[in-house]
Ligand binder design. Structure first.
Ligand code: NAP
Length: 300
């Protein structure tokens, strides 16, 4: 029977450590780390995610604010708002909640964020640093998964990892990180997507599967070998009239058929989600520390 990779438990410990560090940092910087979240439009899921990010920041002693922009706003106006946040020395991290309304260019807007404040790690410069193994910001979901591997001492060196889904935000970044010469890393990685023929042929040879698609039940027990580690990033609301909320959250992994074959598996919810949120806090703290060190060295 698979053991759970308990993201809730590991993230609570990470958040506690961040909170302790912030007390120390606060003395140095004379202020708490500060995250600004830009939210364009009225997407209901974004509303929930942004509120959760703000709550997380406040819980560990950071300052967070939400900048709401109208759904009809022009690209130039969004960029000008971001440039204002870049110039504000009291702000350490800036993120833009995705998805954006279709008339806005995601790449142009993400690249308007100063790379030093890009705590979601989606600016091209930070993504390039990720590929060339230089110090930069790593997107929160893959960073959170690396932390989960460390916490449960999941060995990735020499293992065959199959990543399902190739989004910039999750699958592509994960595949690069796990193939780098690092720990966790040093894996042989297969990156799959919607045009991959016979997905099961690949997943059956995997020691570790990281799935980030958003299709409930995509990965089933007959598609994996005994002892596989399954990390399920997918989160989809599936209608369930028996619940007061009217829905249940489902991942890509068919938990029932996988739990008797896998050695470890992440639950949904309570697996990757809380780790992603903790990793955003880690990145914001990193941005604040880098700002403090910069100030200190220029003062010296
Ligand atoms: P996305 O941008 O829509 O990417 C989905 C990827 O899945 C695409 O690369 C797509 O391939 C691939 N795909 C679609 N059908 C497939 C199939 N049948 N077999 C293999 N690959 C297939 O989504 P995302 O932002 O990466 O998010 C994926 C899921 O993770 C969503 O459910 C999202 O809500 C969730 N998520 C969770 C967290 C968390 O913290 N837990 C964080 C981020 C995302 P193509 O490139 O060919 O289209």
């Amino acid at each position: 029977m698979a053991k759970l990779l308990d993201g809730k438990k590991v993230s609570t410990k990470i958040k506690h450590d961040i909170q302790e560090k912030i007390h120390g940092l606060d003395n140095l910087a004379q202020r708490a780390p500060h995250l600004s979240v830009v939210q364009v439009g009225l997407d209901p899921a974004s509303e929930i995610y942004v509120s959760a990010k703000i709550r997380d920041c406040e819980e560990v002693g950071m300052v967070a604010d939400r900048i709401r922009l109208a759904p009809s706003i022009s690209e130039e106006e969004v960029i000008s708002k971001i440039e204002g946040l870049n110039r504000d020395e009291d702000i350490d991290g800036v993120i833009v909640q995705l998805p954006l309304p279709p008339h806005l260019s995601k790449n142009r807007i993400l690249n308007a964020i100063s790379p030093e404040k890009d705590v979601d790690g989606l600016h091209s410069l930070n993504f390039g640093k990720l590929g060339t193994h230089m110090q930069g910001f790593i997107p929160a979901t893959p960073l959170g998964i690396l932390e989960l591997f460390k916490a449960y001492q999941i060995e990735t060196k020499g293992q065959h990892v199959v990543v399902v889904g190739r989004s910039h935000l999750v699958g592509l970044a994960m595949s690069i990180l796990l193939s780098r010469g690092d720990n966790p890393g040093d894996a042989t990685v297969t990156l799959t997507h919607r045009y991959t023929r016979n997905l099961g042929r690949h997943t059956q040879t995997a020691d570790i599967i990281v799935t980030a698609v958003g299709k409930p039940g995509l990965i089933t027990g007959d598609m994996v070998k005994e002892g596989v580690v399954v990390v399920d990033v997918g989160i989809v609301r599936v209608s369930d009239k028996s619940r007061p909320s009217g829905y249940v959250l489902r991942g890509d992994a068919d938990f029932e058929s996988l739990q008797s074959k896998a050695s470890y598996i992440t639950p949904v919810p309570g697996g990757v989600g809380p780790m992603t949120r903790a990793a955003l806090l880690q990145n914001t703290l990193q941005a604040a520390e880098q700002g403090v060190y910069k100030t200190n060295s220029s003062d010296a």
